[in-house]
Design a protein. Structure first.
Length: 278
């Protein structure tokens, strides 16, 4: 009863005279450490839970961002590869406009690892109309010709193979000669050029069209050295192929112009001789 009356008296005095503000502030300040200690376990557990949850969320988000970054980089790499492939195909198609007859794009499947042979395997064969001796080009020049044909693939010999020879002419003056392979992807030799022939460094060699196997006037190589040989009737002449023999992934197959050759998708083999001829 005493405490009740004291409480009523204090509330009345505080309400009317406002004399207990300083006392209330002092008590609040004195009790704050005790309140803090009482609330510390609860607030500590709450902070720890929020911290661990935030760290877990951050780790999960970080992993997601890393995975997305890898996916984007993979797409970007593929996009760049497709962009380069489209550029190569466009160059091939642009070069095919210069050719007469039908053309077909083929992809490289393998290369011969024998250093004495420069041969490649492509993904087109007899079922696509490919035939032995068919010329093979890329966007910048003559690459070689078909050596063996299987139903769905073919083997081609490059112009730098030591067993390959190609009739060419100097684009500047029409001088005709033969370019032979050396076993070096970056070098051809012209062994039958006279010492006094009009040929010089920088001359462009193109196909002469003789023999009818390769289309005429297509780039083959650029002359890089001409060395007269007093002890021989012929000079030593070297040239660098214009075709990207060690980099091309797509090649162009060419069908010579003939009235009995149809489109490549309907072509079933090389032209047949008239009846009565072997």
């Amino acid at each position: 009863m005493t405490f009740t009356l004291a409480s009523i008296l204090l509330m009345t005095v505080d309400q009317r005279l406002h004399q207990l503000e300083m006392l209330r502030a002092g008590l609040s300040t004195a009790l704050y450490p005790l309140q803090y200690l009482v609330d510390l376990p609860t607030s500590g557990l709450r902070w720890l839970g929020e911290t661990l949850a935030s760290r877990s969320d951050l780790l999960r988000e970080n992993q997601q961002l890393r995975a997305e970054r890898l996916r984007i980089k993979a797409r970007l790499l593929r996009y760049e590869a497709l962009q380069a492939e489209n550029k190569r195909l466009k160059e091939l198609l642009d070069s095919s406009v210069k050719l007469e007859g039908h053309t077909l794009v083929a992809e490289l499947l393998a290369i011969d690892l024998d250093p004495s042979k420069h041969q490649i395997l492509i993904n087109q064969g007899s079922q696509h109309g490919v035939f032995e001796g068919q010329p093979l080009l890329d966007a910048t020049g003559i690459m070689g010709q078909i050596l063996h044909v299987a139903p769905f693939s073919s083997t081609a010999i490059l112009i730098t193979d030591p067993d390959h020879a190609l009739p060419v002419q100097v684009n500047r003056n029409g001088l005709r000669t033969i370019a032979v392979g050396t076993g070096d992807l970056q070098r051809l030799e012209l062994p039958h050029v006279p010492n006094n022939a009009d040929i010089k460094v920088g001359d462009l060699l193109t196909t002469s069209g003789l023999g009818g196997r390769f289309p005429a006037d297509y780039p083959v190589a650029t002359v890089v050295s001409v060395t007269p040989n007093p002890g021989s009737p012929f000079a030593k002449v070297s040239a660098v192929p214009t075709a990207l023999l060690d980099r091309s992934r797509e090649v162009l197959l060419v069908w010579p112009v003939a009235p009995d050759i149809v489109a490549p998708d309907k072509f079933v083999g090389p032209p047949r001789p008239p009846q009565g001829q072997p």
